[in-house]
Design a protein around this ligand. Structure first.
Ligand code: ATP
Ligand code: MG
Length: 297
């Protein structure tokens, strides 16, 4: 089974796709086979960032049952022999608003993707589908800039992801699930109080499901060391969401070379390995490799 890494954010345009493609390249360089999976239904563009303009297949071919397996829609990328891509859709209302049976089928089939690692760019925002693909991964990479609004949006995104994860531990018709779905939950403490009213085992399943998450933060386009911002976010997530294992993967500086690499459809780490952003992405990738090793052993 592949190790699944999801990449999400609260705000759009903070660097998820650039990060996904560069991590794919660096993990490939480290010898792992990688599949990029574009789940951004509103703005699927990973293929463009990798220089693929006319994909032969897209995720729609799988969703609309023209093929049986996600491996059938994973395409090789010229010049990147360790990376394949499953191109997103976005031009079909049917796939953008995927029903839950389709989502469950997709989640099952992601496990069968034939590579060491699958990187899932889930897109921005808090649509249920976005949250569900985000929490289904083994490692959740959360991207933000240093702007207070981006950090606040990221906090909200993680909060909803955690609530969605907690809910996933109950069947849809479970009493706790029915109550929680109707309420505007402020923090996990509130969720735990509701669950405890229905028995200690319910509370325990919430704790267990949150412990399954492996959230990691990347600060993008920041110049100063974001340690103070990270510490504040970490303590918010601990106090309000009971997340005990938040990891800082690293920070990427604002780099004009990176912007240029986007314009020539290549990951900066492949185009200019010595660029400031490439060096930062190398650090991020080496931390990620530690998580991958731990999950594979
Ligand atoms: N570290 C950086 N330095 C300079 N420019 C950057 C950096 N990171 C991202 N950018 C710029 O921001 C643009 C948007 O990045 P990207 O497409 O990865 O964001 P996104 O989070 O995937 O957006 P969306 O939410 O729309 O999918 C890039 O095309 C690039 O020009
Ligand atoms: Mg994107």
């Amino acid at each position: 089974m592949p190790v699944k890494i999801s990449v999400g954010s609260g705000k759009g345009g903070v660097g998820k796709s650039v990060l996904s493609t560069n991590i794919a390249y660096l993990l490939g360089k480290a010898g792992l086979s990688v599949t990029l999976l574009d789940m951004d239904s509103g703005g699927a563009d990973l293929h463009i960032l990798m220089g693929l303009f006319r994909p032969k297949y897209t995720l729609t071919d799988f969703i609309e049952k023209r093929v049986d397996s996600l491996n059938d829609v994973a395409q090789k990328l010229e010049g990147f022999n360790k990376i394949k891509i499953i191109t997103g859709t976005g031009d079909s209302l049917h796939t953008a608003n995927m029903p839950s049976a389709t989502k469950s089928k997709l989640l099952r089939h992601i496990q069968k993707i034939d590579s060491d690692v699958v990187i899932i760019d889930v897109g921005a925002g808090t649509h249920f589908n976005t949250l569900d693909f985000f929490i289904a991964a083994d490692i959740q990479v959360c991207v933000t800039t240093g702007d207070p609004t981006a950090i606040l949006d990221l906090y909200r995104f993680i909060k909803l992801a955690v609530i969605r994860k907690a809910l996933s531990s109950f069947l849809a018709y479970d009493e706790v699930s029915k109550v929680i779905r109707k309420r505007d939950i402020k923090d996990i403490g509130e969720l735990l109080v509701i669950a405890s009213e229905y028995g200690e085992d319910r509370r325990q399943s919430i704790d267990n499901s949150i412990a399954e998450l492996n959230p990691c933060i990347v600060f993008n386009q920041v110049d100063a060391t974001p340690n103070a911002k990270f510490s504040r976010l970490k303590s918010l997530l601990l106090d309000y969401l009971k997340i005990t294992n938040l990891d800082l993967l690293g920070k990427v500086p604002d780099d004009p070379e990176l912007r240029k690499s986007v314009k020539v459809y290549q990951p900066i780490t492949s185009l200019k390995p010595a660029a400031p952003s490439s060096l930062a992405l190398e650090v991020i990738c080496s931390r990620l490799l530690k998580h991958i090793d731990r999950l594979q052993s």
